[in-house]
Design a protein around this ligand. Structure first.
Ligand code: UD1
Length: 344
């Protein structure tokens, strides 16, 4: 029998890409989402890409314990991938209670329901933000988790700890936290991608929205950093590669290949890319010219952050394969698809 994977937040940006790859790999998926930060575009896109029309979809809020528990009564779930959380760094600084309440309660409810219903594997969607203001690069999983710089980051650290402690106390739960660096791009079909609400905070959606004419000009935050071209360095991971890392992780868990009951992996490409390199590559592959200017540094940005991905490469047997060119082409194709849908 096929293994069933519950994907909380499965109608969102990363969740929808993961759903596609899980189905491609032969898993059954149950998508659960409260639709607080997305519409049905990606869920419909997933059905088109996979040709699978009967993917169960449950509209629900993980902050409501009763409905979470019901999921485990209604379905036999072998593993859960937990994405359902708020994710805007800046917003979390302004609305900390909303972030702590939503991100912690939803995860606690999930673990409590699992505890009640027997064995399960949990993949927690974490972030490189848990490393705080890093002192040594590249970042390995053994690098210390320094104080996170936002409530959002703190919820990621806390959820990792909650998962680790629960696993320690509860032998029927196993878990892996994946720490993503900077996920970007879209599915090559251009049927699923990132749909930021309002003005995007992240670099790539801001670039694509500037290119399409929704934004006037991209502000590059700082060109006086101690980096080769003066702009910040990050580790931009293609969202399809990232999704494949989830499939490798799920397989590791359900096939009983974990070395410890709780494990952590960095997911990135392991190569630093500057903001300027990203902008010029975007211009080159998509044969367009982007309106951009340099402005002051953005508060809270670290000059450089990239991953050592050796552990994920060796233990998960996974490696990022899409090139920056392919990724930035897919991001642009997706933006054009969104514009076309909006103009209909
Ligand atoms: C942030 C979060 C990270 C999260 C990621 C994706 C922190 C410290 N980082 O990463 O946890 O996973 O978003 O949601 O909490 N930039 C510009 N102009 C723009 C936007 C960005 O120059 O309009 C630059 C930034 O200065 C930065 C780079 O682009 O150097 C990437 O920024 P962004 O996409 O916002 O991601 P991070 O801040 O690295």
């Amino acid at each position: 029998m096929k293994k069933q994977i519950l994907v909380s937040g499965g109608a969102g940006y990363i969740g929808s890409h993961v759903t596609v790859e899980l189905i491609n790999a032969g898993y059954d998926v149950i998508v659960a989402d409260n639709m607080s930060n997305c519409d049905m575009t990606c869920y419909e896109g997933v059905k088109k890409i996979t040709g699978k029309q009967d993917i169960p979809f449950v509209e629900m809020d993980f902050c409501n314990y009763g409905v979470v528990e019901k999921l485990f009564t209604d379905y036999k779930i072998d593993a859960v991938i937990h994405f359902a959380a708020f994710k805007a760094v800046g917003e979390s600084v302004v609305k900390p209670i909303m972030y702590y309440k939503n991100n912690l309660l939803s995860f606690l409810n999930l673990l409590e329901a699992i505890q009640k219903h027997g064995a399960c594997n949990v993949l927690f969607s974490s972030s490189a933000t848990v490393y705080g203001e890093v002192e040594t690069l590249p970042v390995t999983e053994k690098s210390p988790r320094l104080p996170a710089t936002s409530p959002y980051g703190k919820t990621k650290q806390m959820c990792e700890d909650i998962l680790r402690d629960t696993i320690k106390a509860q032998t029927n739960i196993k878990g892996i936290a994946l720490r993503y660096f900077n996920p970007i791009g879209a599915h090559p079909s251009a049927l699923i991608g990132e749909l930021p609400r309002g003005v995007p905070n992240n670099l790539v959606p801001y670039i694509t929205q500037t290119a399409i004419g929704k934004r006037e000009c991209l502000n590059i935050f700082g060109n006086d950093y101690p980096t080769p071209d003066g702009t910040c360095l990050r580790d931009y991971i293609d969202v399809v590669d990232l999704a494949k890392a989830h499939v490798a992780t799920i397989t590791r868990m359900v096939e009983g290949c974990m070395k410890e009951d709780y494990e952590v992996f960095n997911v990135g490409i392991g190569r630093p890319v500057s903001v300027l390199e990203l902008v010029t590559t975007f211009e080159k592959v998509n044969e367009l010219s982007l309106n951009y200017k340099y402005v002051e540094r953005r508060m809270g940005d670290v000059p450089s952050l990239w991953a050592d991905t050796t552990l994920a490469n060796e233990e998960l047997g996974w490696k990022a394969t899409r090139t920056l060119e392919e990724t930035l082409k897919s991001a642009w194709e997706w933006e054009k698809y969104v514009a076309q849908k909006e103009n209909k």
